[in-house]
Ligand binder design. Structure first.
Ligand code: AMP
Ligand code: ZN
Ligand code: ZN
Length: 463
């Protein structure tokens, strides 16, 4: 009870409500713009394993979240949508890379993602902010070229994987600055495909390949910083650099072949690995019981029994059976290993976690936080933009530790204080009991009364 009280007291922001913030321009009441950048598949431990001088420079002037706990399934589309909506996948509806709607026979995949049908269950921040008079931009971010609830960001580009990072950044900076005719945007999102592509192809354990890919990612961070500097945005923009998920090493020895357990005629396959989604053709119970004992490194769930911790049950597009492979295991129907690195696994696995770094007037300088939830990023961005967030699964309680001008204490410190208070109370109670005078000592001497009425043993031995 005391612990929760103190946790609530110390770990909250002192000003949770969104208040207008001022940038470096004291006459302006418009909050500094926010630029949210994602480098796809940047696993948290790459920060420790590889040399990333530009990224280090960025967070040494700002804040670093060492691990961002992302959402299940730990895939690109679900997690990018969680970052900009603050919702778990079951609530925003982008559940996986491949989805299927049995009622309409609609299909979803990264190359077939433009039907608003899939996205309309939520509203990303680039639309939410429009309601508060802000203009926004989104560059290649999953969902940004879709007319969600009939709207797009003020500026966006159709997805084009051949567009270089420099070209994407050039447009984003132009949108942030604005000109005489068009005002600069308050929020921009920017997406880049690496190091995810290299992680899939060579596996995260391939130090040579990953070092090469991360060197290029870090050069892009350098480009980003120098471009913001050159245009005068550095120091008056809140820059958040993050990612959607990590990457696990796969291997030819860790393959689960579904065809060895049941014939594919028994189900329709919606998604395959590392989280398979199946619609049984006829006898769901029979199909489930075969899949349940199919492989020791694969867990089969009936939709109703998917664990609460995954926040992955309450959506009509979650199929009747899902199969979840253990870390580093690959599910195929038949054949060999498709790729050396993959993600999508249980979101509590550290290998699935990305990181977050941020710098700007809204952030503290030289501060690091061990963990944050990726659903907390949305309320954080809304706070920085001084707009109230829409309904979401996140909170500002942890993220406020990252903000300048907010008082907060780390969890370790709070636990230390709670344990200290409990120890002090125990010692005081003990002392009090020890020095408290005993009732008998305060009374005058009394003879012990012996009841001799019916105790024969006490009778004097008189004849
Ligand atoms: P994943 O299968 O989870 O590794 O997805 C990563 C891939 O998604 C990237 O390599 C891109 O090809 C694709 N992708 C990323 N953003 C978009 C987008 N906005 N539109 C379409 N495809 C995208
Ligand atoms: Zn990704
Ligand atoms: Zn990927």
């Amino acid at each position: 009870m005391l612990l929760w009280f103190l946790l609530g007291f110390f770990c909250g922001c002192s000003s949770l409500a969104a208040e207008p913030q001022t940038g470096t321009d004291v006459n302006s009441t418009t909050p500094p713009p926010v630029l949210l950048v994602s480098f796809d598949g940047f696993r948290a431990d790459y920060l420790k394993r590889f040399s990333l001088p530009n990224l280090e420079k960025l967070y040494s002037q700002g804040v670093l979240v060492e691990q961002l706990t992302n959402v299940f399934t730990t895939k690109t589309f679900p997690n990018h949508y969680s970052l900009v909506t603050g919702l778990y996948a079951e609530s925003h509806g982008i559940l996986a890379s491949s989805m299927y709607d049995p009622a309409t026979h609609k299909k979803f995949s990264p190359s077939q993602d433009s039907d608003p049908f899939w996205w309309n269950q939520a509203e990303p921040i680039w639309l939410h902010a429009l309601d508060y008079g802000l203009s926004t931009a989104a560059m290649m971010w999953p969902g940004s070229d879709v007319y969600i609830r009939n709207r797009t960001a003020t500026h966006f580009q159709n997805y084009n994987s051949t567009m270089t990072f420099q070209q994407r950044l050039g447009l984003v900076v132009k949108w942030l600055l604005g000109d005489e005719k068009v005002k600069g945007v308050s929020f921009a999102a920017l997406y880049w495909e690496e190091p995810d592509g290299t992680g899939h192809k060579y596996g995260p354990d391939n130090t040579t390949a990953m070092a090469h890919a991360l060197k290029q990612v870090d050069e892009n961070v350098g480009l980003l910083m120098s471009e913001l500097n050159r245009t005068g945005l550095w120091g008056r923009i809140n820059l958040i650099v993050t990612s959607d998920h990590g990457m696990a090493q796969c291997s030819p020895e860790r393959i689960i072949r579904l065809n060895s357990c049941l014939h594919p005629d028994n189900y329709t396959l919606v998604d395959l690995t590392p989280v398979a989604a199946l619609i049984p053709t006829n006898d769901t119970e029979a199909v489930f019981s075969l899949l349940k004992k199919c492989h020791p490194h694969m867990t089969a769930y009936r939709k109703e029994a998917i664990p609460d911790k995954l926040h992955y049950r309450n959506n009509k597009h979650i199929q009747p059976i899902i199969l979840v492979a253990d870390e580093g295991w690959t599910i195929v129907q038949q054949g060999e290993l498709p790729r050396l690195g993959d993600h999508g696994y249980d979101n509590t696995l550290p290998s699935m976690h990305p990181f977050l770094a941020a710098v700007g007037p809204g952030f503290r300088s030289g501060y690091s936080l061990p963990v944050l939830q990726s659903v907390d990023v949305y309320p954080l961005v809304c706070h920085l933009l001084s707009i109230p967030p829409g309904p979401n699964n996140g909170s500002l309680a942890q993220a406020c530790c990252l903000l300048s001008g907010e008082s907060c204490s780390s969890l370790t410190m709070v636990i230390g204080i709670v344990v200290g208070v409990l120890l002090l109370l125990t010692t005081l109670t003990g002392l009090f009991m020890f020095i408290k005078p005993r009732p008998s000592a305060s009374r005058p001497f009394q003879r012990i009364q012996l009841d001799d009425d019916d105790d024969d043993d006490d009778d004097p031995l008189l004849g």
